[in-house]
Design a protein around this ligand. Structure first.
Ligand code: FE2
Length: 375
């Protein structure tokens, strides 16, 4: 039977959605990807930010790695390097590394006797109660959920943010839905499939700003905390998952691993799309430590810094702007990690088993600022 022709289809979104990004791609043979097909996928990714490759059941970790690496052939190490090993990191419980393909991590929920060389692993879907300051009452827990932590996949210390992340759904529990609550006083809610991954466009987030704010974010930079995921570990998140509460709980530098000042990341607030030239507001809100204003002064008061970032980002996560992917087994989602922010969502029962593979590589070069320079 001849191979079917590659075909794009629009994503399925609710009638009220204003999501203007994302595309489905059917009939791609990822295990035998030629240069022309990859060029098409890359073009789609930088124009649509989220590309859902359908029917990739059985995709090997090697092929997933090769596909992801092609976006940045000189990249080799996993996006977080070896920092996942740090027991105090907030990322530590969530990811298990595939021994024969260390750029690929297994995530999910439930016990698996064996998977790709990992034995007797217990996966735990991150639940907001382990990271947020407040939580949904226990009696509502399986019906309601929150955005866990809006983020860019990036170490934000020593390593450059990955260009692209791939997520492959191996096991997806069947079809329950949940109500996602923002719990930030707005009353905002969103109907989501259980265990959705939620995405918003950094480009839309930028476009929603006033002209004055646009000028500010084009010229300001964000300084990230050294070893941010350890630094933030005792602190707690806002209920909308978009940054942290300020209760002075962050670890002092004396309790962090050694810090090399040269490894601290000061990145532009806006990152430029390499294909379209469009700007995206790309800030990892929970890892931010200071703002370098356009006039060269530095805002260091954490509460003030976080309030400002939240004011800039919050309009961009309004319910109608969120793409909540409804996972089907075999989906391979590629996303432009330098053009969207995303979050885990969902509250699973212990028996609801889920297994995903995630892959990204620390970029071989810095992110592109509005001035076209790499940072
Ligand atoms: Fe992520």
């Amino acid at each position: 039977m001849p191979a079917k022709t590659m075909e794009t289809r629009p994503l399925t979104v609710p009638a009220t959605s204003k999501v203007d990004f994302g595309v489905e791609l059917h009939h791609v043979d990822v295990e035998h990807l030629n240069d022309d097909t990859f060029a098409t996928i890359r073009d789609l990714l930088y124009k649509n930010h989220v590309v859902v490759l359908k029917d990739q059941t059985g995709l090997s970790p090697e092929a997933q790695y090769e596909l992801t690496r092609r976006f940045d052939p000189a990249a080799v190490t996993y996006g977080h390097g070896k920092t996942l090993d740090a027991k105090r990191s907030v990322l530590h419980p969530d990811l298990k590394t595939i021994p024969h393909q260390p750029q690929v991590q297994v995530i999910g929920n439930g016990f698996y006797e064996e998977y790709e060389g990992l034995e007797n692993i217990t996966l735990k879907h991150p639940h907001h109660k382990t990271f947020h300051k407040t939580k949904i009452p226990d009696e509502d827990d399986l019906n309601a959920t929150r955005f866990y932590r809006w983020h860019i996949d990036a170490a934000l210390y020593a390593l450059n943010p990955p260009k692209v992340t791939s997520l492959v759904a191996v096991n997806v529990p069947a079809g329950r839905r949940q109500t996602l609550r923002y719990d930030d006083g707005t009353g905002d809610e969103l109907e989501v499939p259980l265990g959705t991954t939620a995405f918003v466009s950094g480009q839309t987030m930028y476009n929603l700003l006033s002209e004055k704010d646009k000028e500010f974010v084009r010229n300001a930079k964000v300084e990230y905390a050294p070893h941010p995921y350890i630094w933030m570990s005792p602190a707690r998140s806002r209920p909308d998952g978009l940054g942290m509460e300020s209760d002075n709980l962050e670890l002092p530098e004396s309790e962090l691993p050694p810090i090399d000042k040269a490894d601290i990341k000061v990145l532009p607030m806006c990152w430029k799309n390499p294909l379209t030239g469009n700007l995206a507001l790309q800030i990892h809100p929970s890892a931010v430590k200071a703002i370098h204003r356009p006039d060269g002064t530095v805002m260091t008061g954490l509460k003030e810094v976080r309030e400002l970032i939240h004011r800039l980002q919050r309009p961009g996560i309004a319910p109608e702007l969120v793409y909540a992917h409804d996972w089907t087994e075999g989906d391979c989602v590629l996303f432009n990690n330098q053009g969207v922010i995303h979050t885990v969502v969902g509250a699973f029962a212990a028996e609801e088993k889920r297994l995903f593979k995630q892959c990204n590589m620390a970029s071989s070069e810095g992110v592109m600022g509005p001035d076209g320079k790499l940072y």
